[in-house]
Design a protein around this ligand. Structure first.
Ligand code: T1G
Length: 696
């Protein structure tokens, strides 16, 4: 027997403990160990019942996702067959859920004849988040235990339910509150003289067969490009229209199909990428961090207000500072309006909002920031202004306090120089709207200490954000890539494409919107001023004249009811504007371009080549630690479709040699904006991977 499975007995009760840290995943070794032990139990006349539980805090977090791409050894049964054999045991087998039971873990438990759970246990089928369906009987057994609606909620939604809820719907038989092990043995003694109770034998009947189509409609808005949610519905539906065996067969077929498809591979990549971001060289569990119990935000504009809301949402008192009383009051007013919208939509109660508002205090006096643990500066992108603020902060803030900037483009090393604590200066780059967007680019400047890094990475978690550590460089990681891709989109417009054609291609690829619609949202004037600033760095490169010409017309985007598009009153979706089209045609003439047709494919290829090549440059310059970090940034910050796995993973799927060739090609049109990355060239020639690339 392998050591991931422990076995002991008490009287006529056998007990399996799955001990496969960190998540007790059902690896090949675990499956083999359970299978052998169950076979022995069935044969052993001395034993009347068997308990299966997990060591540590989890029961089982599911099948081992790392093994999805590996060949199963011949002597290891498939998980679904193991679960079937458990169900077929003539003697009762009890799942004792000591903690989380997810995916294959819950399926294993449902194959058992009884389920008892610790009060803190959670039970769920999260497979849909990995682009698959439950593949070991979950879609057939869960409806038999809890009915169609609850099964759909759990399988299609993917969120776990509590032990208490599971008890209420019949998914567990008892909640054990005292000593978990002895209580589960006591439960086993109670049921051991009875017979096994196979879930698969439960007869199913549907009272309302329209429920499945209702679910299909319900998931539509959030399932663009996804297959798994719909397949989940179909499989649960199949449970009601087929024999148990037929249902299992169908589930298996669909599961294998999805598991081996590109979308699930991409979503699994994202699962691991999200876990990698926390792995920072030199940082360990023992790295000292500063407890952030109080905070301050300098700048009460949209960004500053949004950041302050994050602290209030996490229960951390926050001071919001601006130069004038008016600015502070306006800022707080906007925060209240934002919260009120959440009350109107039913997300928060008025009481919650009042509690959060109480945590936000306005001030115009720097002295009020003397005792806070962290200050985040979120003022206009002006180096001198920021330096002035950091000089003030240095004077008033306690020496342990961290001083962070929310700059999206300026050099934090330069800002750090005006303080006497460069080791405590860093960037915390939130994305707009800061109270909604999950991404934080945490910027490590030249002298930022590992303790400061550890503190801001932890802070991201406290604020329920996804924090990715990046280095100092123009636009850090996300915006650096975004600006190059957006420029290429603008160049294509100068050469013959139209903004709405490009936006449609990018939307159809899976982004929430295209670069022009996004620009209208963020402000044409904002992009224009960033570009003016960038001329200092890239003045010799091709510039986007169309953006400059549009800026001159005063069409700044949604805020002026028109930018690239025109926005009719009350509409958030723009319509193509003939005036803009005329301006585009005139700009092409001005630049001496004979306008030509762009196919949708060419648009996509050029746009993504810009994104990927710049991502490779970012890695070369060590601004991101891993290709997968870039993928997380693009998923959370820009809505890169998760089922395509982020630009770096996507590049691997297309083929790096193909991407490299395209980049070399486009380099002729776009010059240094698409200067082929040396890293991309190397990885393409070696057959390497950008998604798996790590700078160390
Ligand atoms: N397989 C392999 N590794 C796993 C794993 C799994 N199922 N679950 C977690 N890990 C690793 C994870 O990579 C990390 O490793 C460590 O455990 C701690 O995780 C047939 C097809 C359980 C809620 O989708 O949601 O069953 O980075 O950092 O915040 O139908 O992990 O330390 O090296 O996330 O406490 C279905 C996925 C699988 C659950 C714990 N199950 N896991 O969260 O810690 S498919 C899932 C989670 C399946 C059957 C099918 C979370 C967690 P490392 P962590 P955490």
């Amino acid at each position: 027997m392998t050591e991931v499975i422990k076995f002991d007995k008490e009287g006529r009760i056998g007990r399996i403990t799955i001990d496969n840290p960190p998540a007790n995943a059902l690896s090949f070794a675990v499956v083999k160990g359970i299978a052998n032990t169950v076979a022995n139990f069935v044969e052993d006349t001395q034993l009347s019942a068997l308990i299966i539980s997990g060591a540590g805090k989890m029961f089982v977090a599911g099948a081992d996702i790392r093994e999805f791409n590996m060949a199963r050894p011949k002597d290891v049964p498939e998980l679904h067959n193991l679960i079937n054999s458990i169900e077929e045991s003539p003697k009762p087998i009890i799942a004792a859920l000591n903690g989380l039971a997810l995916g294959g873990g819950l399926e294993l438990a449902m194959g058992c004849h009884f389920r008892v759970a610790h009060e803190k246990a959670l039970l769920g089928q999260p497979e849909v988040k990995l682009g698959i369906i439950p593949g070991a009987g979950g879609t057939q057994r869960l409806p038999r235990l809890v009915g169609a609606e609850m099964a759909l909620k759990m399988i299609v939604g993917g969120e776990p339910i509590s032990a208490k809820e599971a008890l209420g719907v019949g998914l567990v038989d008892e909640i054990l509150t005292e000593d978990f092990i002895s209580d589960s043995i006591a439960f086993a003694k109670k049921v051991m003289s009875g017979s096994a109770r196979p879930t698969g034998k439960i007869k199913l009947e549907i009272t309302d067969s329209t429920i499945f189509d209702k679910w299909r409609d319900k998931i539509k808005p959030k399932s663009r490009g996804l297959d798994a949610p719909y397949e989940c519905v179909s499989c649960v539906e199949a449970a009601f229209n087929n024999s148990f065996e037929k249902g299992l067969e169908l589930e298996r077929k669909i599961f294998v199909n999805l598991r081996d498809g590109e979308k699930s591979k991409a979503m699994r990549h994202m699962f691991f990428a999200e876990r990698e971001i926390n792995k920072v060289p030199g940082l360990s569990k023992n790295t000292e961090t500063l407890d952030i119990n109080t905070a301050a935000v300098v700048g009460a504009g949209t960004m500053g207000g949004g950041i302050a809301m994050n602290f209030a949402n996490a229960g951390i008192p926050v001071k919001l500072l601006d130069i004038s009383k008016d600015a502070v009051e306006t800022g707080i007013e906007i925060i209240r309006k934002n919260y009120n919208r959440s009350v109107a939509s039913g997300r928060f109660t008025q009481e919650t909002v009042e509690k959060r508002m109480e945590l936000i205090t306005g001030t115009t006096d720097y002295q009020d920031l003397s005792q806070v643990d962290i200050v985040i500066e979120a003022v206009f992108e002006d180096m001198e202004l920021k330096k002035g603020i950091f000089i003030e902060l240095e004077k008033v803030c306690k020496s342990e306090a961290i001083l962070a900037s929310n700059t999206s483009s300026l050099d934090i090393n330069e800002i750090a120089k005006v303080t006497n604590r460069p080791e405590k200066v860093c960037g915390t780059h939130f994305f707009s709207p800061a109270n909604v967007m999950k991404l934080m680019e945490n910027v490590r400047a030249k002298d930022t200490s590992i303790e400061t890094v550890a503190t801001i990475m932890r802070l991201s978690k406290t604020l329920k954000k996804t924090g990715v550590l990046v280095g100092v460089g123009d636009g850090f990681v996300g915006n650096r890539m975004m600006h190059v891709a957006a420029r290429v989109a603008e160049f294509m417009v100068e050469e013959g494409a139209l903004p709405w054609q490009i936006d449609e291609v990018i939307y159809n690829f899976g982004f929430p919107m295209g670069p022009f619609a996004m620009n209208d949202l963020a402000g044409v004037d904002v992009r224009y001023s960033i570009r003016q600033e960038q001329k200092k760095l890239y003045g010799d490169r091709r510039q986007s004249i169309i953006l400059e010409n549009l800026y001159q017309t005063g069409r700044f985007g949604q805020k002026t009811n028109g930018g690239w598009y025109t926005y009719d009153k009350g509409e958030r979706k723009g319509r193509p504007e003939p005036e803009v089209e005329t301006l585009i045609v005139e700009t092409s003439e001005q630049l001496g371009f004979k306008r030509r047709e762009f196919s949708d494919q060419e648009i996509l290829d050029r746009y993504l080549a810009a994104l990927i090549n710049t991502g490779a440059h970012v890695l070369e310059e060590r601004l991101a630690m891993r290709g997968s970090d870039i993928d997380v940034i693009w998923n959370y910050g820009y809505g890169f479709p998760r089922y395509r796995g982020g630009p770096m993973f996507y590049a691997d799927q297309v083929g790096l040699d193909k991407i490299y060739k395209s980049v070399c090609n486009y380099n002729t049109d776009y010059g240094d904006w698409l200067r082929p990355s040396i890293l991309l060239e190397r990885l393409a020639s070696e057959g390497g991977s950008l998604g798996k690339y790590s700078i160390d």
